[in-house]
Design a protein around this ligand. Structure first.
Ligand SMILES: *Cc1c(COP(=O)(O)O)cnc(C)c1O
Length: 405
């Protein structure tokens, strides 16, 4: 086993700034800084910093790149995908009327409904419903958490300015209405469809299926600076963009992030996806071999639940044999030096996952050695079972509450 310094990971920035080192095998998480960018994206961001530029011109360039990336007519960049949802809903409420833009959220008018099926009312770090109500939209929930029928959407479209569809592992994965049907029913009533596809690799599918607006995060798999990508029908994109003179002001994106996000999108169009996938597969292989003979541990690479082209290693833990539960081990990994953040969304089911998409040089081997060390020695676990579950479930909010306390 290598000593911490010997993996070849560059920790110089963390160490110089007194920050905790972090190994992220959980996915693209806001609390860990989203994703890591390439040098090309960092340079594009840095080049914009010391210069003035006409923002509308930069955004028009972004629009062209977004159109090439998604097949949409137009697009723009904003602070985040969450902002993209709010601005898109607001655009459907106001059209290109600046007085209406300034009147939001109170002045949204009576037809301010946004139809969403109940199983899509997820939280991605904040409730999706709040991204709607924030701008004056009224959530028209339809269906039940595990069942949606056509007539329910038809009813929810009465008095609606938009309909929102969420494609994500965060949403209920059965009994939901397929996107094509959702679009067909909404369009029959003349209501535009906004698709939140923040974390999806499929950049053309939503628009190809007829979505009027599709929204992506620039800082997730795309590896751009923190940003949201709004793509869609030109009239709606322009109306959403106009919100920058109103509610969008607090969701502003700067020139540096526009330049960096354009570079990230160009890079996505050109990058060697197969080579990146091969490197990820190699890490999964290395980790599976490391845990293969550990008592009470079973691991298998599984495809992404929404068909993104990636796999994660699922590690099942039999507590009676391994000496601790999946939740306890997940917490223990976070207390290593350096902390290793695993994907513990479903630890109550007896497993955690390892996501290989955000590794930097040397980290795959570091994770491999930590897996053998922690999973074979329950003395690494300093937290009891119930507390470990509470920690995983409430941790996201607790960390905000504990900040500066
Ligand atoms: C991450 C995510 C968001 C929020 O994205 P940000 O760009 O971080 O605001 C919204 N919706 C879904 C489905 C997500 O996965």
């Amino acid at each position: 086993m290598l000593r911490n310094e010997e993996y070849g990971v560059d920790w110089s920035w963390h160490d110089a700034n007194g920050l905790s080192r972090v190994v992220n095998v959980s996915g693209t998480m806001t609390a860990l800084g989203g994703s890591v960018t390439t040098k090309r994206v960092a340079e594009a961001t840095a080049a914009a910093m010391p210069r003035f530029a006409k923002i509308h011109e930069l955004q028009a360039q972004a629009s062209e790149t977004i159109a090439r990336l998604t097949g949409a007519e137009a697009g723009f960049l904003t602070a985040s995908a969450s902002a993209g949802i709010s601005l898109s809903v607001a655009g459907c409420l106001t059209g290109l009327d600046p007085a209406k833009v300034e009147a939001l959220p109170e002045g949204a008018g009576p037809d301010n409904g946004v139809a969403v099926q109940m199983g899509h009312l997820c939280e991605y770090g904040a409730p999706v419903s709040q991204a709607i109500t924030l701008v004056g939209g009224k959530v028209h929930v339809f269906g039940q958490s595990t069942q949606t029928r056509d007539y329910q959407l038809e009813a929810a479209l009465e008095g609606a300015a938009a309909a929102l569809y969420v494609v994500s592992h965060h949403v209920v994965d059965y009994g939901m209405m397929p996107l094509e049907t959702f679009i067909k029913i909404a369009h029959a009533k003349g209501v535009p469809v906004i698709v939140d596809a923040a974390s999806e690799y499929d950049l053309t599918g939503m628009i190809a299926k007829g979505a009027d607006i599709a929204i992506y995060s620039g800082h997730k798999f795309m590896g751009g600076p923190t940003s949201g990508i709004v793509a869609g029908r030109k009239d709606l994109v322009r109306a959403a963009y106009l919100q920058n003179i109103g509610i969008g002001r607090g969701m502003k994106i700067g020139k540096e992030s526009i330049a960096g996000s354009i570079a990230a999108m160009e890079q996505w169009l050109e990058r060697d996806h197969a080579a990146i996938r091969a490197r990820e597969t190699e890490a999964l292989q290395m980790w599976s071999e490391a845990v293969a003979d550990l008592p009470g541990i079973t691991a298998k690479a599984l495809p992404d639940p929404t068909d993104n082209p990636l796999e994660r290693l699922r590690v099942w833990v039999d507590p009676a044999v391994a000496g601790a539960s999946a939740a306890q081990f997940a917490v223990a990994f976070g207390r290593q030096d350096p902390p290793i953040v695993v994907r513990g969304h479903e630890v109550e089911k007896g497993y955690f996952d390892l996501d290989p998409c955000n590794l930097t040089d040397g980290q795959a081997a570091l994770v491999r050695d930590a897996l053998t060390r922690v999973l074979s020695d329950k003395s690494a676990v300093e937290i009891d079972e119930a507390a470990a579950h509470d920690d995983v479930r409430n941790g996201g909010t607790e960390s905000y509450l504990n900040w500066l306390s």
